[in-house]
Design a protein around this ligand. Sequence first.
Ligand SMILES: N[C@@H](CCC(=O)N[C@@H](CS)C(=O)NCC(=O)O)C(=O)O
Length: 202
Amino acid sequence: MKLYFSPGACSLAPHIVVREAGLDVALDKITFGEQRTTEGGLDFYGINPQGSVPTLELDDGSVLTENAAVLQYLAAQAPNADLAPPSGMAHWRLLETLNFIATELHKGFSPLFHKPSAETREAIVKQLLNRLALLQGKLGDKQFLVGDHFTIADAYAFVVLRWAHRFGLDLSSLPRLTAYFERLSARPAVQAALQEEGLPPS
Ligand SMILES: N[C@@H](CCC(=O)N[C@@H](CS)C(=O)NCC(=O)O)C(=O)O
């Protein structure tokens, strides 16, 4: 398998899962510009017509996209790592949480990457802080978002919380979420993925 990624983008979530699961997955860094190219200089649009990461190339050459699907596919390749509860209410909570992160948080952050006006930024940040408070509510007093151990939802949550810090959101009113982010940051798999993407440890 090969994971096409961009440093610090949402593809960091499946990258973390690859490390948590100990999967043998090659990495290929996409250069974003007017053209999008793989490390080998191939046109990335020829691999994924949307040009977005994460993109996972499977061993048969077919391609899987959409973070929530890629994360679940990777977890299914390493059932012993127990990164995605396969049944019961925990399974539905996992899907609920992945969808919440993808649609309410991930896509909520996207406009901040395009340098919005101060007024637009303020509205976006207000909405994001509301959604992050909801995420803290989902976390409750638990150590992880779903059940009692790390799942693919935590890998995805780590990425959006990292963006919250990168964009200077004031999370002081969300101490449990801040402590959760620090716990995730300390995981060896998270640190390994950050280092491999050439990113600072926190
Ligand atoms: N719907 C896709 C969206 C992925 C996405 O937005 N990826 C961003 C990086 S975080 C990207 O590649 N943006 C470049 C683009 O879409 O042009 C998913 O959930 O995987």
